[in-house]
Ligand binder design. Structure first.
Ligand code: BJW
Ligand code: ZN
Length: 270
């Protein structure tokens, strides 16, 4: 591995300007400054549940109404949020690359849509999107941006309430597929589920061909996304991490920019 340059803005700037294919992998940390809680940080709890426990096919099978309440709340938070300086710096840098005939793509694990709202265009959404649903029966995927997504969810999802104090919504009143009328679920990749193979192929092609890889606001513990940066390191290409903390994978990366990415991204890409 190349020598670690940690927060060496000068060397990074030279590497950045020389790179023709740049890929940024983003995670929940990039949206933290927009008020969207991360998964493994203090914001990773909803009522008494860990967010990662509700983001599972098992949880949905056991209690679809509870999981829908959680996602209804997540949708409301995301719809009300605004892109922050980190999202905006990435979108501006993509525009600059386009003008210079270079390629800049975001591979995001986030489902909040904030990169697109900031103006980024080349985005690969690995784990789905909160605006979409997929039918549990016929697998029809559709965009549902109305809020609430169904009447029964109006006013629901308050994270400070206790499950026991909230009457359960009958199955027949939860969101339905527009094609066949069966129960619809959030179009989100949950633990143990496979990612869309075409989307994963697109991401892997970039990981195999990029000449600079940025790892932004992710704990780098969830696969397959967690395997991307180590693969780039193995190819001998530079990886730069932007994170408030050091994560287990950080030691393998050539650059590490500590601090909130709402500050470090404008400073490095601006
Ligand atoms: C800031 C900041 C600021 C804060 N500025 N930084 C190989 C080995 C072991 C296990 C597996 C494996 N392959 C697959 C698995 C199983 C599993 C997995 O990875 N498990 C691990 C946890 C061990 N993976 C899967 O199941 C995936 N499916 C799959 O691979 O299918 C095939 C298969 C299955 C089973 C076995 C083998 C193969 C699917 C993964 C789907 C993940 N889904 C979720 C929830 C849905 C999204 C939603 O509802 O919103 O996606 S989980 C959750 O974690 C979410 C996130 O996208 C994802 C990543 O989290 P992220 O973004 O990194 O957030 P945090 O909170 O962890 O970190 C935030 C970071 O930001 C921190 O570092 C902070 O310091 C930092 N930060 N503020 C800069 N201002
Ligand atoms: Zn259907």
């Amino acid at each position: 591995m190349a020598k670690r340059n940690l927060a060496d803005y000068k060397t990074f700037n030279r590497v950045l300007e020389e790179s023709k294919i740049i890929v940024a992998l983003t995670g929940a940390g990039v949206s933290a400054e927009s008020g969207i809680g991360t998964f493994r940080g203090p914001g990773g709890l909803w009522r008494t549940h860990r967010a990662v426990d509700l983001a599972s096919p098992l949880a949905f099978r056991a209690n679809p109404a509870l999981v829908w309440e959680f996602y209804h709340w997540r949708r409301e938070v995301a719809f009300a949020a605004h892109p922050n300086n980190g999202h905006i710096a990435l979108a501006k840098y993509e525009k600059k690359c386009k003008e210079q005939g270079r390629s800049f793509t975001i591979i995001t694990q986030n489902v909040d849509g904030l990169h697109r709202r900031a103006g980024s265009e080349n985005i690969i959404e690995l784990h789905g999107n909160l605006t979409k649903v997929i039918c549990t029966k016929c697998k029809f995927i559709e965009v549902k941006e109305n809020n609430p997504i169904c009447e029964a969810l109006r006013g629901r999802g308050d994270p400070s309430q206790k499950d026991a104090d909230v009457p359960e919504i009958p199955l027949s009143e939860l969101p339905k597929c527009s094609a066949c009328g069966a129960l619809a679920r959030p179009y989100i990749v949950w633990f143990g589920e496979s990612l869309d193979p075409d989307i994963l192929d697109q991401a892997r092609t970039l990981v195999e061909t990029c000449d600079l890889f940025l790892v932004i606001g992710t704990s780098s513990v969830v696969y397959p996304a967690a395997s991307f940066a180590p693969f780039v390191v193995e190819r001998g290409k530079p990886v730069a991490e932007f994170n408030i903390d050091e994560e287990p994978a950080s030691a393998n990366f050539q650059f590490h920019f500590p601090g909130k990415c709402g500050s470090t991204l404008p400073k490095t890409l601006g």
